[in-house]
Design a protein around this ligand. Structure first.
Ligand SMILES: Cc1cc2nc3c(=O)[nH]c(=O)nc-3n(C[C@H](O)[C@H](O)[C@H](O)COP(=O)(O)OP(=O)(O)OC[C@H]3O[C@@H](n4cnc5c(N)ncnc54)[C@H](O)[C@@H]3O)c2cc1C
Length: 370
């Protein structure tokens, strides 16, 4: 009996010792990783370019980056990787940046995850920016997390709003969570604070005639063996002439279109008002329209002046793609459809009656337009 008690005591002692040594180890790691906020400075925008064409999101990031840098009284620096693109870098200097870093290497001519992640992460570790903004594009969503992992920091993907906390000057990173039902605000406990930002949400930077700072060109150490992929061929994605991103007017149809007849109807309305056709995922899944038309969380995020939703219920995933529209008109048979809680004008009715009536009205109105 006494022997048994002794064993228990010995066991509990060794458990305590283990816990203590674990805690000591954790403290050591913490101390090693401890970051002094003062070491981290400036706001970086990682610019995105393909064959020398800068993605629009870069200009939006520069607009947002400028605001953050001004609030923190820090510099805004645009960082771009590529080869033979000095003219592109030169142009970026006119979008309110304080300076630019051009990572120039023949192996960076085409985007590769390995090549780009290597050169960016090495530079970040050396220069220690406080905030890094990356576009929420296919490339940005691939590159951002790779860099974050390499430099051992966190990243908040798909942010829709950024603010600086007035007290501790940390970056408050807001993004939709649970399929858009909630908005979550995330604060990093590590530096740099990294985010990807949804395209078409932030105000773009204005082109300024005068440029502010200088371009620093860096020639990184990069070898073929650092890049595990080999680009053999590029195939252009066929977008069938749909440009939802640029569209000022979008007429979108959902399951309520019933089929091709409904698609033709919304096309007629779109043609009348110079709009582009969008749709819900249901319409794509049913094979009525191509994916290029899909608006929403897994489709295109749009920001038109006018969005007309016809026979669309207004799921959170659909709303995630069109809530930035300036004016929304919804046509739905169901007065309780969620889309009505978001729209500016709601028409309760059958789209097969409402749309022809709208077209008639537009024709009448146009007769008096002189
Ligand atoms: C991970 C994930 C990602 C997703 N991504 C997207 C996305 O990017 N985009 C997207 O749209 N969805 C997305 N979805 C699907 C989404 O959840 C909904 O299923 C979809 O949006 C529903 O499409 P809908 O509104 O056309 O169809 P429904 O929800 O079926 O609504 C049809 C509406 O039409 C109305 N209606 C029917 N007949 C008529 C008529 N004659 N006249 C007027 N109104 C009529 C009905 O009252 C109803 O409100 C996603 C889902 C998941 C799980």
């Amino acid at each position: 009996m006494a022997g048994k008690v002794q064993t228990k005591k010995t066991q509990s002692k060794s458990v305590k010792e283990k816990a203590a040594s674990k805690a000591a180890q954790a403290k050591k790691v913490q101390a090693k990783n401890a970051q002094n906020k003062k070491d981290y400075n400036d706001v970086w925008v990682i610019a995105e370019q393909i064959e020398g064409v800068v993605n629009e999101v870069t200009v939006e990031l520069l607009g947002e980056g400028r605001k953050l840098a001004d609030k923190l009284k820090k510099k805004l620096i645009v960082v771009i990787a590529g080869s033979e693109i000095s003219d592109v870098v030169e142009r970026l200097m006119h979008y309110g940046v304080d300076s630019a870093i051009y990572i120039d290497h023949p192996l960076l001519k085409e985007y590769t995850t390995d090549g780009y992640a290597k050169v960016f992460s090495e530079l970040i570790l050396e220069r220690k920016p406080e905030i890094i903004l990356v576009g929420g594009t296919s490339i940005g969503k691939d590159l951002g997390p790779r860099i974050a992992a390499k430099i051992d920091t966190g990243i908040t993907a798909d942010c829709t709003k950024l603010e600086i906390n007035g007290r501790n000057k940390k970056l408050m990173q807001t993004k939709p969570a649970f399929g858009g039902r909630y908005m979550a605000t995330i604060v990093s406990n590590k530096y740099p604070q990294m985010v990807t930002i949804r395209p078409r949400l932030m105000d773009r930077a204005e082109y300024e005639k005068k440029k502010r700072g200088e371009i620093e060109t860096i020639k990184p150490k990069l070898f073929k063996k650092d890049i595990r992929t080999n680009l053999k061929e590029k195939i252009e994605r066929e977008n069938k002439g749909v440009n939802l991103i640029e569209a000022k007017v979008i007429v979108s149809g959902g399951r309520g279109m019933k089929g091709q007849e409904g698609v033709e109807l919304i096309q007629q309305l779109a043609d009348k008002i110079g709009g582009v056709i969008g749709c819900s995922r249901a319409a794509v899944d049913l094979g009525w329209l191509d994916y290029a038309h899909q608006v929403g969380q897994t489709g295109t995020i749009v920001k038109p002046e006018l969005y007309i939703a016809c026979g669309i219920s207004g799921s959170s995933q659909h709303i995630a793609g069109m809530s930035q529209a300036r004016h929304v008109i919804a046509i739905n048979k169901d007065r309780y459809a969620p889309i009505f809680s978001l729209c500016d004008y709601g028409i309760i009715g059958d789209m097969f009656e409402v749309i022809p009536a709208m077209i008639e009205c537009i024709d009448k109105y146009k007769k008096f337009e002189f």
